[in-house]
Design a binder for this molecule. Structure first.
Ligand SMILES: Nc1nc2c(c(=O)[nH]1)N[C@H]1C(S)=C(S)[C@@H](COP(=O)(O)O)O[C@H]1N2
Ligand SMILES: [Mo]
Length: 196
């Protein structure tokens, strides 16, 4: 009996169509952080988007006031683990970008603590990205980027900057922290864009 169910569950996992190539399912949620974990109070947390003309700022309460939505997504870490059907709560980047008028096509995400990662602006629009404040029904712990992190689940998880502090619009796709250290400029898990 147990042999049968183990065999079944193994087969189901390896053929799950939601699993990108080279990925393995995990039930736990690993913590991957380069450097120390910043401790930021929601009262001190601020978020800014810098475009070519202006800086747009939000406090934590102003962020929440834009409207929070529930999100169920799969996440894929470049170190080969994936987690399916994660439930998150967050504010869509569409709401934050609504008042941002820009001709620039790229974004550098900046975190408290100094982490950076680059993305095309188009990848943050149309329901593809959020500032997440909760996961699995609880406020994000400091380890996982609380009080707020970027969530861009269609790209490898290093693009989902923890302790997000702001986005700076850029004319060119300049590499962020891991991208300068050998990771792929874009990071599509379905095309296995892990390195270089
Ligand atoms: N600020 C910051 N964001 C970060 C990282 C980091 O080191 N610092 N690591 C990235 C990497 S490599 C991954 S896989 C995920 C891990 O998120 P988790 O620790 O919540 O699983 O966060 C990403 N965002
Ligand atoms: Mo990662």
């Amino acid at each position: 009996m147990s042999f049968v169910s183990r065999g079944f569950s193994g087969r189901r996992h390896t053929t799950d169509p939601r699993l990108p190539p080279g990925q393995t399912l995990v039930d736990s949620w690993p913590v991957l952080t380069a450097g120390p974990t910043p401790q930021i109070d929601t009262a001190d947390w601020q978020f800014a988007i810098r475009d070519e003309a202006a800086v747009h700022r939000w406090s934590f309460d102003e962020l929440i006031g834009l409207g929070v939505e529930d999100i169920t997504v799969d996440i894929h870490c470049v170190t080969h683990w994936s987690k399916l059907d994660m439930s998150w709560r967050g504010v869509s980047l569409d709401r934050l970008l609504a008042g941002v008028d820009t001709e620039l096509d790229f974004v550098m995400a900046h975190s408290y603590g100094g982490y950076t990662t680059n993305l095309p602006l188009a990848d943050l629009r149309n329901g593809q990205a959020w500032i997440a404040i909760e996961a699995d029904g609880r406020p994000l712990s400091p380890d996982h980027g609380g009080p707020a992190r970027l969530l861009v689940p269609h790209l490898y998880f290093w693009k989902s900057a923890k302790w997000i502090r702001g986005l700076t619009l850029m004319p060119t796709d300049d590499p962020g922290f891991w991208e300068q250290n050998g990771y792929h400029r874009y990071g599509d898990p379905w095309r296995e864009q892990r390195y270089g």
